[in-house]
Design a protein around this ligand. Structure first.
Ligand SMILES: C[S@@+](CC[C@H](N)C(=O)[O-])C[C@H]1O[C@@H](n2cnc3c(N)ncnc32)[C@H](O)[C@@H]1O
Length: 715
């Protein structure tokens, strides 16, 4: 369904809407102790008791007190519950709200009940004109804002306790859950002349959302999905928090000053995993879930690391309006940092009267966030909504989605290659091998006499397909990671004619297109739903995937191309995506004698060398780098300690060439590590499975040279 159409609106008679909105916060407070509701974790966060009172005071100050004959419920509460309205008089300092043991919780709830009674009476007599009607709506939306703050502030308080208390048995959601898509799947936008901001008469909007005005948006790309915890872990493991070149100066100072090593509320556990504090207590970090509790500075550094940038708020709004249905998590997961400073729109005029202080006076030094969070009431979200926080703040439910300039796919390659060649020792991910030429070369490798893995795996699959497929059940969905030409897949498709769908996932568009066309001819009845993403960030199957049991398929020992931590994270994320009753067929190459291993990666005819050199050929072709693939020798060696074959490119002479923003400098004989192919034994596969939420149900081994197919089931 279109995300923008999914937004609920606050509708219906005023009194009913009032009751509905006002019922939420007491529900959130229900079950919490008076102590939970009285304390505050820091000056940015307020106690629950204060939120209950302040949102009531707002109706009193903004609406009830407009009547000159109005007598306040208790004049002393005016200063207790005034937040920042200078025009209304003095108030308790923000950081001292947690010291207010008086009024008691019971007194605050009584005050709340009395304000509700008076406001209902006022609604019965009728609101006085458009301004008062607007202020009433403002009061409802203000209450909803504080419902979310109630939760973020409560989490800050719970996280301050060494006891890791759970505020609730399950995390409360005030918005419907959003569907998710991979953060590396890009939607392309033409941009151009566009109108942004709230249109008059289009329903409630805060004053800062207008006036609607025209902007010019150059072509851009935006990630269909939100950045996930798994993505963030890759940033951490790549030293993202310690690399000054990724950070804004103020961000670097904030990160150093606050000793930031991970998002707020994350904790490194002894076993090397991360846990996170949530409203339901401390939990393992869910790698497929959107990252939360990051500052603007972190979001900005992450985007630079990922070879992308944050979207401007105009881009975000334009994308949500024009293609909201193909973007996931726009609303209802996390607020998304934008690159836009919180400034007035051209012609901005604050709401007249006391409410003038609502938004306008904060228009300096803050950044805009768009969308809404799981803790934002669904009827409070709008496509024009401008949330704002200071760039260092992290306690809000804040995350990010990436954007980049149009045509930036090449930029991502340039950034990754440039950054990899600037490292010591030089290292680049093997995923960059696979442009059209690289994918074609890989297919040639699979039929080389020395390259036993494909041959052996095919033969093993032929022998075991019936046994493996017998475990599927009817109507299953086969999901293949790094599917390439989908050749091996055919053995499973032949053995399981009742599959409901096949989802090939690959980063190479040419490989995917070719496979889909070939399968369409050979299996015309099969539903094929290709997904062109980095499988490390695939979190959601394509829209329209049938409901059957999920069967993961990861052949070719491609898992061996990942580092040990990545292997575990990948399998754990696959477990999350495929669900509780999933199966997973994992192909691994087994440890064997060095000569056989090395020969498989350095064939006599030089095809593997050409595949390896394609990285340089691609840099010359796509990025105009002044370097020849023949400036490098191909080398494959067995690293016994790490139990992996390593492929390197060795500079045959001293070299200097420019890649994107970097100049790559090689001494003669210096290498760049382009691929690792880790090898396994059964015990290693069992340990890996156990640590990532799987159990080994079967372990089929081929004849010599041996490869294996492990059948895993989710635990
Ligand atoms: C070694 S080939 C294996 C192909 C095939 N599954 C087989 O067993 O013969 C690796 C495949 O994974 C794809 N690939 C590599 N890294 C990837 C990534 N990070 N995300 C998605 N696909 C990736 C490549 O494009 C290629 O098609």
């Amino acid at each position: 369904m279109n995300q923008t159409a999914r937004i609920e609106v606050l509708a219906g008679p005023e009194a009913r809407r009032y009751d509905e909105v006002r019922a939420v916060m007491p529900r959130l407070a229900n079950g919490l102790s008076a102590e939970d509701l009285a304390a505050q974790a820091m000056s940015d966060a307020s106690p629950g008791k204060w939120h209950l009172g302040h949102t009531s005071w707002f109706f009193e100050a903004m609406i009830l007190a407009r009547d000159p004959a109005y007598v306040p419920v208790d004049p002393r509460l005016q200063q207790v519950f005034n937040s920042y309205y200078d025009a209304v008089g003095t108030r308790v300092a923000r950081g001292a709200r947690g010291l207010m043991t008086r009024p008691s919780l019971a007194e605050v709830l009584a005050y709340r009940a009395e304000i509700d009674r008076r406001t209902r009476n006022r609604l019965e007599t009728g609101l006085d004109g458009p301004l008062e009607t607007y202020l009433f709506e403002l009061g409802l939306h203000h209450d909803q804002q504080h419902q979310e703050l109630f939760l973020s502030d409560l989490l800050a308080l719970m996280a301050a306790s060494p006891l890791d208390p759970a505020a609730y048995p399950a995390e409360p959601r005030l918005a419907a859950p959003a569907s998710a898509t991979a953060s590396s799947d890009w939607a392309v936008f033409e941009g151009g002349r566009a109108d942004v901001g709230a249109a008059p008469g289009a329903g409630f909007a805060f004053d800062n959302e207008g006036p609607r005005h025209t902007v010019w948006i150059p072509p851009f790309e935006m990630a269909r999905g939100l950045v996930t915890n798994g993505d963030w872990l890759a940033f951490i493991e790549d030293g993202g928090y310690g690399r000054v070149e990724l950070w804004l100066a103020d961000g670097w100072a904030a990160a150093r000053g606050g000793d930031w090593q991970a998002p707020l509320y994350w904790r490194a556990e002894r076993d090397g995993d991360w846990s996170v504090m949530t409203l339901a207590g401390r939990r393992p970090v869910d790698l497929a879930a959107p990252v939360r509790h990051i500052s603007f500075y972190e979001a900005e550094a992450f985007a630079r690391w990922a070879g992308a940038r944050l979207p401007t708020e105009a881009e975000w709004e334009y994308a949500a309006i024009t293609e909201g249905d193909s973007l996931s998590g726009l609303f209802g997961e996390v607020w998304q940092w934008t690159a836009s400073a919180y400034a007035p729109y051209p012609g901005f005029r604050p709401t007249p009267g006391t409410a003038a202080e609502y938004n306008g006076k904060f228009m300096a030094n803050q950044m805009v966030l768009r969308g809404s969070a799981f803790a934002t009431p669904g009827s409070h979200a709008r496509v024009t909504y401008r949330n704002f926080y200071y760039p260092h703040q992290r306690w809000a439910f804040s995350g990010l989605r990436l954007a980049r300039n149009a045509g930036a796919a090449g930029v991502a390659f340039a950034r990754a290659l440039g950054a990899g060649l600037a490292r010591t020792p030089k290292q680049v991910s093997p995923k960059w091998f696979y442009d059209a030429a690289g994918s074609a070369l890989f297919e040639k490798i699979t039929v080389l006499p020395e390259y036993y893995p494909t041959r052996q795996e095919l033969s093993l699959l032929r022998d075991t397909a019936a046994d493996i497929v017998a475990r599927f059940g009817a109507g299953a969905v086969l999901v293949e990671y790094g599917s390439g030409a989908s050749e091996k897949t055919r053995l499973l498709l032949d053995a399981a004619p009742d599959l409901a769908a096949y989802v090939p996932i690959d980063i190479s568009p040419s490989a995917l297109d070719g496979a889909v066309a070939q399968l369409g001819q050979a299996y015309p009845a099969l539903k094929v739903l290709p997904l062109e993403v980095d499988f490390l960030s695939a979190v959601r199957l394509p829209v329209g995937t049938p409901a059957g049991r999920r069967i993961g398929f990861f052949p070719g020992s491609t898992i061996g191309n990942l580092g040990p931590g990545e292997q575990r994270r990948f399998l754990a994320a696959a477990r999350d995506m495929l669900g509780d009753d999933a199966l997973f067929i994992l192909g691994v190459d087994l440890i064997k004698d060095e000569a056989t291993l090395v020969a498989a990666y350095s064939d006599a005819t030089g095809v593997t060398a050409a595949f390896n050199r394609n990285l340089i050929a691609r840099a010359a072709r796509e990025l105009g780098a002044a370097v020849s693939p023949y400036d490098f020798e191909h080398r494959a060696n067995w690293n016994a300690e790490a139990r992996r074959i390593e492929m390197h490119l060795v500079a045959s002479r001293q070299l200097r060439f420019v890649v994107g923003d970097h100049e790559a400098v090689f001494a003669a004989g210096e290498t760049v590590h382009t691929e690792s192919a880790h090898k396994f034994d059964r015990a290693m596969v069992e340990a890996l499975a156990r640590r990532s939420g799987w159990r080994v149900d079967a372990f089929h081994v081929s004849g010599m040279p041996q490869v294996a197919l492990a059948v895993l089931s989710a635990i």
